[in-house]
Design a protein around this ligand. Structure first.
Ligand code: ZN
Length: 489
């Protein structure tokens, strides 16, 4: 199957004026700088596992601050102290401004500098995870695609805007977060909670990668599901393995809970921010019908063990998967405790309380007493049948976030769509992501006009991650054009 489909060019072309053309031509001169900057960023291991296992947490921020300072921006590092007891440890957020001569709107560029773990043994020898090796037009490395490429493009776009000498009003702001991959407790959540005045902007472009092969031009992310990650602790009774306890083994309780959930756990339905019809229509405005079919069934490389088809119904409902389970001490001991971690992905509109109500009702069907974290109401509490019984399950929150969306036809949205058409010469396609980005936390804090838009590549979170270097120039042009049009004096 070909990796590329042909995209329909829009006619008539969306014009660029002389100044804009000159400005965008500058990106060609800065091409090598973008690649070099991205290589430097990839070589700094900014691995994020948890707050105790985060390598070079500060180095990647200090490096980025130096780049921004050298480019003539005054970059500030904000400290987000560890929530745990460990003293004097913190995460950085980086904020830098390019201010115009007169007041006006604030446009924000946003990205995360952390990367997910990798197993070097699975990477090809000549493209190691921290190498930043360029080969056949691709730059390889953990975080190259997700998302140091977008970050490097935005940094250079901001620099070009300043170097060009074009007058702006208002300001262009850069914000880099340290922990998007673990849902932003010290980044997007911390800053919106503690420094909202600093990070609030009139419009934001998050430069997460959004070119989805086999398309050649980016999609524009306008909505995402909310992560609702819970730990269920099942309580049971220990016993001798030779004398099975079908009902009171904590592990058996968890297994029963998982097995019946698909049919019996009923979660309130919410409408998707983009309907099936809308997404079909947008895709068909960019490619012909044969390519549309190719894209729909496109899976890339697939393991022979993978028997799951690409299930697009996930875009239209809240989903859940059980992904971590821990129980048992010894082969011949029945476990009295079992911990189960579940990953719910909530549609925009569904609240944590509604989800808890659904889970409590489901537990009642199974005749399990469940306790929720403090501050949430529990439907079983009005029923003595449960409150007189011992607790079967304690639910605790790992992280929660709401599903969120942005209206693509706001004033800024229209400016973005027009600039997109001028640079890529194709129609925009809006997408609803099942995963989260920092945009979710920012929308939850009340920020508007948040769009996710970035370069193309492959293998985010797996081996041999790379970014396609030819996508970097265009995305840099787009960031630059949006900033110029939105802020020009
Ligand atoms: Zn990312």
């Amino acid at each position: 199957m070909s990796d590329i489909v042909t995209e329909k060019k829009i006619t008539p072309k969306i014009p660029l004026n002389k100044k804009e053309k000159k400005l965008l031509d500058l990106v060609d001169d800065y091409e090598e700088e973008i690649f070099k900057l991205l290589q430097d960023l990839v070589k700094i291991e900014s691995l994020n596992l948890s707050e105790f296992q985060y390598t070079e947490r500060n180095e990647v921020f200090e490096f980025s601050k130096k780049y921004m300072d050298d480019a003539g921006f005054n970059a500030n590092l904000y400290k987000a102290p560890f929530l745990s007891k460990k003293k004097n440890e913190f995460y950085y957020n980086l904020i830098a401004f390019y201010e115009g001569d007169s007041p006006g709107k604030t446009l924000q560029f946003n990205g995360h500098l952390d990367i997910v773990p990798y197993n070097p043994d699975n990477w090809d020898e000549d493209t190691p995870p921290l190498g930043g090796v360029i080969k056949d037009g691709k730059l390889y490395g953990r975080g190259s695609f997700d998302m140091k490429a977008g970050v490097a493009s935005q940094m250079v776009a901001m620099k070009i805007l300043k170097d060009s000498g074009e007058k702006i009003k208002g300001k262009l702001q850069m914000w880099f977060t340290p922990d998007e991959e673990t849902h932003g407790a010290y980044g997007s959540a911390f800053m919106t909670l503690n420094h909202f005045d600093v990070v609030k902007a009139d419009a934001t472009i998050v430069s997460e990668p959004t070119i989805r092969k086999p398309l050649q031009s980016p999609s524009i992310g306008i909505a995402e599901k909310g992560p609702q990650w819970f730990k269920f602790t099942f309580h049971g009774v220990a016993g001798h393995g030779s004398w099975p306890k079908e009902k009171s083994s904590a592990l058996n309780k968890a297994v029963r809970f998982m097995a019946k959930a698909k049919r019996k756990l009923s979660i309130p339905k919410y409408k998707a921010p983009i309907t099936k019809w809308q997404s079909t229509k947008m895709l068909l405005s960019r490619v012909n019908f044969a390519d549309f079919r190719t894209i729909q069934s496109y899976t890339g490389e697939k393991s022979p063990l993978d028997k799951d088809k690409r299930n697009t119904s996930n875009y239209y409902k809240t989903t859940f998967s059980f992904n971590v389970i821990q129980a048992g001490l010894k082969t011949n001991v029945i476990p009295d405790t079992c911990e189960l971690e579940a990953d719910f992905r909530a549609m925009p509109g569904l609240t944590t309380q509604e989800l808890f109500d659904a889970i409590v009702k489901y537990c009642s069907k199974l005749k399990y007493r469940i306790e929720l974290p403090e501050g949430y109401s529990n439907l079983q509490h009005s029923n003595p049948k449960y409150t007189d019984e011992p607790v079967d399950i304690d639910l605790s929150i790992i992280t929660i976030g709401e599903g969120s969306s942005t209206n693509p036809n706001s004033e800024f949205g229209k400016l973005l769509q027009n600039a997109f058409g001028a640079v890529y010469k194709v129609k925009p396609i809006f997408t609803f992501a099942t995963g989260f980005s920092d945009a979710g936390n920012m929308r939850e804090a009340g920020m508007k006009d948040l769009f996710v838009l970035g370069p193309g590549g492959r293998n985010a979170h797996t081996a041999n991650e790379y970014v396609d270097l030819d996508t970097l120039k265009d995305i840099t042009k787009l960031y630059l054009l949006i900033a110029y049009r939105y802020l020009k004096a």
